[in-house]
Ligand binder design. Structure first.
Ligand code: ZN
Ligand code: ZN
Length: 263
């Protein structure tokens, strides 16, 4: 049977309706899950599950102390460095191939228990981690350049958003937006459902992300802060920053909960 263009369009529309409905149902389940999680364990530490003094968000002193904090990092790419670099001096990787963003910060190494918590948030809908991560970003927020005037959570492709029911970067951005009192950039979209980046080589990652984002119209901001859960190689942020700069934004910075160490 020959499938006509109109037939294909119809199928596409039907698929979109189904996935949008699925997204709504999943979002509702997420909300219910969040309330249920709050009710069952009101002040158990989100990392070790032991009851703790601190309630909002519940992170016990021991876990807080033991988390894989990044002490010194390159100001441009956020990668941990052995000792604090003098102002204006960047890591070797940035000196060789400077990224298109001017500043990046992530307070934690993407290692246990942070990696497990991020995966649980993203793939098992444990959204009670969101306020905990926002709390852990507190100190980093004070170091964000003062001229940042808009926030952009890394967009998910609509199909992945529909299947997951939420965008973890957008969830993280919600409390950050409240704390920073800044508007969101809402007209940047992910145009391709790129496969997951993990397990790919640097070249494969670049190819994977080519033309993955697009600006619809113009971005009304001069310095955009990209918000994500984890910076792996930084390739997603590079692509997104290039799209923003091509769209007329003057500067781009990056904020994430965690930074993966280079292989
Ligand atoms: Zn704990
Ligand atoms: Zn660097």
């Amino acid at each position: 049977m020959v499938r006509t263009a109109a037939g294909a369009d119809n199928l596409h529309v039907r698929w979109r309706v189904i996935t949008t409905a699925t997204a709504r149902i999943l979002a509702l389940l997420t909300l219910i899950g969040r309330k249920a999680g709050d009710a069952v364990l009101p002040n158990a530490c989100v990392f070790c599950n032991v009851r703790c003094r601190q309630e909002r968000p519940p992170i016990c002193d021991e876990c807080h102390h033991e988390l894989p904090w990044i002490r010194d990092a390159c100001r441009v790419c956020g990668i941990p460095v052995a000792a604090q670099l003098p102002r204006g001096v960047h890591c070797a990787a940035c000196q060789l191939d400077a990224p298109p963003f001017t500043f990046a910060i992530a307070p934690l190494v993407y290692a246990f228990p942070v990696d497990a918590a991020i995966k649980a948030m993203k793939f098992r809908r444990k959204l009670f981690y969101v306020p905990a991560f926002a709390h852990l970003l507190d100190e980093s927020l004070r170091r964000i350049p003062a001229d940042v005037d808009a926030l952009l959570p890394v967009p998910l492709h609509w199909r992945r958003h529909a299947m997951r029911g939420f965008n973890q970067a957008a969830e993280l951005c919600r409390p950050i937006r409240r704390m920073m009192q800044l508007p969101l950039v809402t007209n940047v979209v992910r145009t391709r459902a790129t496969p997951f980046q993990s397990g790919l080589t640097a070249t494969q990652r670049q190819r994977n992300l080519q033309a993955a984002f697009a600006v619809r119209g113009t971005v009304n901001a001069r310095h955009v802060l990209i918000v994500d859960d984890v910076i792996t190689t930084g390739e997603t942020c590079r692509c997104l920053a290039n799209v923003l700069l091509d769209g007329g934004v003057e500067k781009v910075s990056v904020l994430a909960v965690a930074r993966a160490l280079p292989d």
